[in-house]
Design a protein around this ligand. Structure first.
Ligand code: COA
Length: 332
């Protein structure tokens, strides 16, 4: 398969995480767990927690403003805002619309898409195509989550994993100087696996009631072991397909940028792809799983630390509720 010449690039990147932390010691006080178990099974030591007055749009705006500044892009130039979130401010209006009002770029497109942890890379794929088709010249993609508001702190199988954060990129045409070209991207889902990771109540299937609140059914429910097995198989397969279609070998990839879901899953993927741990971006120890925010959050950390050099090939991969997964190959 020969791919068309790259037409779209990342022009700016930003990320934000709230200050407050939930440590493993804090969780030991809430559920029957231990720091040693959590670190060994997931790699997580602490996660961030939004302040009571912060919603997903507030975190997203912090990241968006950084990405816009990084791109040298005035908000008035944005023609669209695409947001991936599973914990938006409201069922509607969209978190993208809430952010649009605050950024002041009125009249362009703004919407959220539902692809859980794959949300951010889904927005990037969509923004890529919006720009490649000539529809738009500047699109803001945001992944933002306040997962601590939909986490059940009675459920030790899930509460150890999730944290809050946001990340954003500005995309534009590949001929803009300083841009990081998107060489290829793919989006996928297997809807049969939906019950493995879901939020049972609050939609039209199971509207909010006293019973749903009492049952904690507005929180994330997960078959952790099954999601683990699916991810260990699917993540490397998805990256292999992305790379082979782009004519790139695992050894050419400078950085694997995986969704921060579990250190064991990320390491297993790296091993199978021939990408050693020192070339795999990891910050799950300090942020936990921040769903759609996790890829821009870890990427921003490595970029701002000067670890990513011009020309480095980055393989981004994520998987989450749906189950949905996505990949992207970026030349930095
Ligand atoms: N502390 C201590 N013990 C725990 C525990 C906790 N927080 N959570 C579960 N356990 C127990 C289980 O009850 C089970 O006990 P049993 O053997 O007596 O039945 C045992 O530990 C093993 O549970 P299991 O679920 O098989 O553990 P695991 O090794 O699969 O690790 C996860 C659990 C959740 C860390 C792991 O499955 C995972 O990360 N899955 C992927 C989840 C994910 O990333 N979801 C988001 C996708 S975006």
């Amino acid at each position: 398969m020969s791919l068309p010449a790259p037409r779209v690039a990342i022009l700016g990147l930003g990320a934000y995480a709230p200050e407050a932390r939930i440590t493993n010691a804090d969780l030991e006080k809430l559920v029957d767990t231990s720091d040693a178990w959590i670190v060994e099974r997931s790699g997580i030591r602490e996660r961030r927690k939004a302040a009571p007055e912060q919603a997903a749009s507030d975190l997203g705006l912090m990241a968006a403003r950084m990405a816009l500044a990084d791109a040298g892009c005035d908000p008035s130039e944005l023609e669209a805002i695409y947001t991936g979130t599973a914990s938006g401010d409201f069922p509607f209006p969209s978190t993208a619309c809430v952010m649009q009002a605050k950024l002041g770029c009125i009249g362009g497109a703004a919407f959220d898409l539902t692809a859980a942890c794959a949300g951010f890379l889904y927005t990037v794929a969509l923004a890529h195509d919006s720009i490649a088709s000539g529809r738009f010249k500047r699109v803001l993609c945001v992944g933002t989550e306040v997962l601590t508001r939909i986490t059940d702190y009675n459920d030790r199988g899930t509460c150890i994993l999730f944290g809050d954060g946001a990340g954003a990129v500005v995309l534009g045409p590949a001929d803009v100087p300083g841009g990081h070209r998107i060489l290829h991207s793919r989006i996928h889902a297997d809807g049969r696996q939906g019950p493995l990771l879901h939020q049972p109540a609050g939609g039209s299937r199971n509207p909010a009631s006293h019973a749903t609140v009492d049952a904690h059914d507005h929180s994330i429910r997960m078959e952790g072991r099954e999601v683990f097995k699916f991810a260990v198989r699917t993540i490397p397969e998805a990256v292999e397909r992305l790379l082979s279609e782009a004519g790139v070998k695992g050894s050419d990839v400078r950085w694997l940028v995986p969704h921060q879901m579990n250190t064991r899953i990320m390491q297993a993927a790296g091993e199978r792809l021939g990408i050693p741990p020192e070339r795999t971006m990891i910050n799950i120890d300090r942020y936990g799983n921040t769903s759609s925010a996790s890829i821009p959050l870890v990427l921003n950390e490595y970029v701002k630390a000067g670890k990513v050099k011009k020309g480095d090939l980055l393989a981004l991969v994520t998987l989450g509720g749906g189950l949905a997964w996505a990949t992207a190959l970026v030349e930095w």
